[in-house]
Design a protein around this ligand. Structure first.
Ligand code: AMP
Ligand code: FE
Ligand code: FE
Ligand code: ZN
Length: 281
């Protein structure tokens, strides 16, 4: 019970399990804490908090905001924001509009390639009726391509169609910068963390993003190598910043648990207190 997984997704975005299920899985994995960090939404937090109270698991309210820096998509994690802050909620709603426009763009590109997928189908795949607070993402589009037999796996859907530069990739409408996301999170009373720097394929960015006003960096991530984890840890320590980590669990889609099972990467429970005190500053 001394460890926490600070990065998991739920059905509120592109995860496959309900928020309460993530909390239950954290308990089964022997963890003491879990963060819910859905893409551009905090719609899953309340359910998770309730389950956490029932099971005696510390649930950290979180979010993962999509931003862009010099053309590279950068994810920013926020922890311990006031998830009822009206300004913060309005900002996330704007993010979801950008995301929806991007999704429409991808569907239009697929249409040009002779693959008809509708927003309605994506909503059905995501298991939701018109819910403006939950987000639809590329994994749902990948699911649709697998269902059609256009591709065999989710990975193939990204490699051929959905990853940056591939056949149906569409540059999102102007995204906010990571620094703006830090500000949003801080103004809502939270702590801002640079998510998985190892996934951006630009190693020079990690210190720049960290020095741009983040409270810490996600050194431990399911797709980081031991060398990367050590490097990012040192980077944060040298600056007196917080070192976080998590699995980035989304659940098992065709072809594996993406990015890893709950508890695949964890930090000491004491990191929760570090995040809380950074959030208070
Ligand atoms: P979006 O937020 O809609 O731009 O979609 C990005 C999400 O797609 C990430 O958060 C991952 O969950 C997922 N993703 C990205 N690349 C892959 C991949 N190769 N295989 C499976 N899922 C992926
Ligand atoms: Fe995701
Ligand atoms: Fe991410
Ligand atoms: Zn994530």
């Amino acid at each position: 019970m001394s460890q926490a997984d600070l990065h998991t997704h739920t059905t509120a975005s592109d995860g496959l399990h309900r928020p309460a299920d993530n909390v239950r899985m954290a308990k089964e994995a022997g963890l003491g804490g879990i963060a819910i960090t859905d893409h551009d939404t905090v719609a899953g937090i309340e359910e998770a908090l309730r389950e956490g109270e029932k099971l005696g698991i510390a649930v950290v309210p979180g979010v993962e905001i999509s931003t862009a820096y010099e053309g590279t998509e950068i994810h920013v994690l926020g922890y311990y924001m006031n998830v009822e802050d009206p300004v913060f909620l309005a900002r996330l709603a704007d993010q979801r509009k950008v995301r929806d426009a991007r999704n429409e763009g991808i569907l239009a590109r697929l249409g040009e390639l002779g693959i008809q997928v509708s927003m309605e189908e994506l909503r059905e795949i995501a298991g939701r009726s018109e819910s403006p607070e939950e987000t639809i993402g590329r994994p749902h589009i990948a699911d649709a391509l697998v269902r059609r037999g256009v591709v065999g796996t989710i990975q193939e859907a990204f490699d051929r169609y959905l990853a940056k530069g591939r056949a149906a990739y569409v540059d999102p409408p102007p995204r906010i910068t990571p620094m703006e996301a830090y500000r949003w999170i801080k103004e809502a009373g939270g702590a801002a963390i640079v998510a998985h720097p190892g996934l951006y394929r630009r190693e020079e960015l990690a210190p720049v993003l960290l020095d741009g006003g983040a409270d810490g960096v996600e050194a431990y991530h399911s797709d980081h190598s031991p060398e990367q984890e050590e490097r990012y840890r040192q980077l944060a320590i040298a600056r007196g910043k917080i070192v976080t980590g998590g699995s980035d669990f989304h659940g098992a889609r065709k072809g594996g648990v993406y990015h890893g099972p709950i508890g695949n990467r964890t930090v000491e429970m004491s990191v929760l207190e570090q995040l809380r005190s950074a959030a208070r500053r």
